[in-house]
Design a protein around this ligand. Structure first.
Ligand code: NAG
Ligand code: NAG
Ligand code: NAG
Ligand code: NAG
Ligand code: NAG
Ligand code: NAG
Length: 507
């Protein structure tokens, strides 16, 4: 047998084998399910899993941007004007958040601390935090007055006199650094001399640099992939005790850094946020692409921060005995977990909040793209590819009897600062994820690739087989001429027409 025919036969045989193998694999194993199982097993918080190292020490850079609201008419506001605010910032910090003290505690759970460190990035900031001055609500004074709301009249009026002797006013001016990372407040220092447990320092991020939010225990996802990254306990508890109902106190979902693979558009993604002292949820908004990676965008709907009136799920977040006093949509009073300071959190510029909060302030206007919180997750792996967590801190300015300087206050929710904590997947991780997604896509199609290649080889083989057969037949009948195309064939030796032209080679 010559090489051309053996090639033809090889092609036919391989084609048939590939077809058989393709059909065999297709019938015998469900590669898609196998692949999904493999991925589910890989995406767990276990030593040596694909995601463990980047969970422990996330490579993509996280940036925390702070924006402040400067009050330009503090005296006018005290006389009953609307506050006029101008936004300052961003003041950007690179945030490092490695997991510390990672310990496997058994039963498919792992405990860890997340220590956050903030390093200022001047080139991504709009000003110098050590010199930029911001005029804002005198939060320590408001907190002190608020604490004294329910004490006896005598104590209250003596503190009020003490405050006016110190010339304490409703507004204060400090540098961005001081407001964020802390300063010695004169009022608090004076109080400390009588009540030593009072901390004389105040700052919105006081003691937050290099500290953690407490111990979290997470499910590893070994037993059920849907539990991957879900919080088991926080500070040793399964439920918080700040709020009025069990539903409000529930610690639902993950901490926002890990989500189970095979996400669907229908699911409600729960995220627990220690800063908000509550769990929130997000719903699918749209499909996006980040650095070539397909992702689903999830974002908290209006109902998440709706008042109990509009969303009964949220009734437990209002701790007022008089339900008339509960706040409206889009704002959450977190005084319970801020040592009684009347801190109200919302989305920036009162995005998704009741319109009256926006109307009460000159200088805020919510914009969906700028002020929404979102998570872009790759649906196959559940890995976050881009995220932005945006929140605003406000102070509620109420009239408090016994304190003359509050007499004109009408319960304004006064914006102080908002933040945007954002992350985009780094290029190296994006490349690795793309490779993984390519394999995940390719493997289930492997039998089809086999079938297609097999069919092609079989067809080519058969075509050449029949061509060769035809030629043989025709050459037997027509010996008068020989086609030029056959000259490189070894089988020409059998072709009588050629013998005369290649006598030397033949002998
Ligand atoms: C902030 O407001 C004060 C007036 O309250 C003003 O003097 C100051 O220039 C403002 N700062 C900025 C950066 O706009
Ligand atoms: C981590 O664990 C060690 C030893 O168990 C302990 O000394 C240390 O304080 C822990 N770290 C934190 C941040 O709690
Ligand atoms: C582990 O599971 C067993 C049985 O389900 C239970 O008795 C034990 O308390 C669990 N341990 C932990 C640390 O959750
Ligand atoms: C936070 O701490 C780190 C190291 O401990 C330091 O480099 C950084 O400057 C601190 N950030 C702020 C805002 O103080
Ligand atoms: C936690 O989840 C439960 C059910 O899964 C839900 O009823 C509850 O409202 C959630 N709580 C919060 C605060 O999201
Ligand atoms: C964060 O959000 C703010 C407010 O919308 C925006 O100005 C800023 O560009 C955002 N930063 C990033 C890194 O997306």
């Amino acid at each position: 047998m010559t090489c051309k025919t053996c090639l033809i036969y090889a092609s036919i045989v391989t084609g048939v084998l590939m077809l058989v193998a393709g059909f065999g694999i297709l019938l015998a194993v469900d590669l898609k399910t196998r692949m999904e199982q493999k991925l589910k097993a890989e995406i767990t918080l276990t030593e040596g899993s694909k995601v463990f190292q980047s969970w422990k020490n996330p490579p993509p850079p996280v940036f925390m941007e702070f924006f402040f609201f400067n009050v330009t008419n503090p005296d006018g506001f005290m006389d009953g004007e609307k506050p006029h605010l101008t936004q300052m910032g961003p003041y950007t910090y690179r945030e490092y958040r490695p997991k510390d003290n990672v310990t496997f505690v058994g039963n498919g759970t792992v405990s860890a601390l997340t220590t956050k460190t903030f390093v200022f990035v001047p080139e991504m900031s709009a000003g110098d935090p050590s010199s930029d001055l911001v005029t804002t609500v005198n939060i320590p004074a408001v907190a002190v007055m608020n604490k004294l709301k329910d004490v006896g009249f005598l104590i209250r009026s003596s503190i009020a006199m003490f405050m006016s002797s110190m010339k304490t006013t409703m507004f204060m001016t400090h540098t961005v650094d001081e407001l964020l990372w802390g300063f010695k407040d004169p009022l608090l220092s004076r109080l400390r001399s009588v009540k030593p447990e009072v901390d004389e320092n105040f700052g919105l991020m006081l003691y937050k640099n290099g500290s953690n939010d407490g111990e979290f225990v997470y499910y590893t996802g070994e037993n059920n992939y849907l539990d991957y990254g879900r919080i088991h306990t926080w500070k040793g508890e399964k439920l918080m005790s700040y709020w009025a109902t069990r539903q409000s106190n529930m610690i639902n979902g993950s901490d926002g850094s890990a989500f189970h693979p095979f996400l669907t558009k229908e699911e409600r993604l729960n995220v627990f946020t220690a800063d908000l002292c509550r769990s929130i949820y997000m719903l699918f908004e749209k499909e996006v692409t980040v650095k070539g990676i397909p992702a689903y965008r999830y974002t908290p709907p209006r109902a998440v921060l709706a008042s109990g009136k509009n969303n009964p799920e949220n009734e437990g977040f209002c701790l007022e005995t008089n339900k008339e006093k509960c706040l409206d949509d889009g704002v959450l009073n977190v005084a319970v977990c801020r040592k009684g300071a009347p801190v109200i959190v919302s989305f920036p510029h009162f995005y998704l909040a009741d319109e009256k909060y926006v109307e009460d302030i000159e200088g805020v206007s919510p914009v969906h793209e700028h002020h929404q919180t979102f998570l872009d997750l790759n649906p196959t792996t559940g890995l976050p590819v881009r995220a932005a967590k945006r929140a605003q801190i406000n102070i509620k300015l109420d009239r408090i009897t016994g304190f003359p300087m509050t007499r004109k206050l009408i319960g304004t929710i006064f914006p102080v600062m908002f933040l945007n904590e954002s992350v985009v997947i780094d290029d190296a991780s994006a490349q690795r994820l793309q490779n993984l997604l390519f394999i995940v896509k390719l493997v289930p199609n492997f039998p089809f690739v086999l079938l297609a290649l097999g069919a092609i080889m079989l067809i080519i083989g058969l075509v050449f087989f029949f061509l060769a057969r035809q030629k043989k037949d025709s050459s037997k009948t027509e010996t008068s001429y020989s086609p030029v195309t056959t000259k490189d064939e070894d089988s020409v030796g059998k072709n009588g027409a050629f013998i005369g032209m290649t006598p030397v080679e033949k002998s």
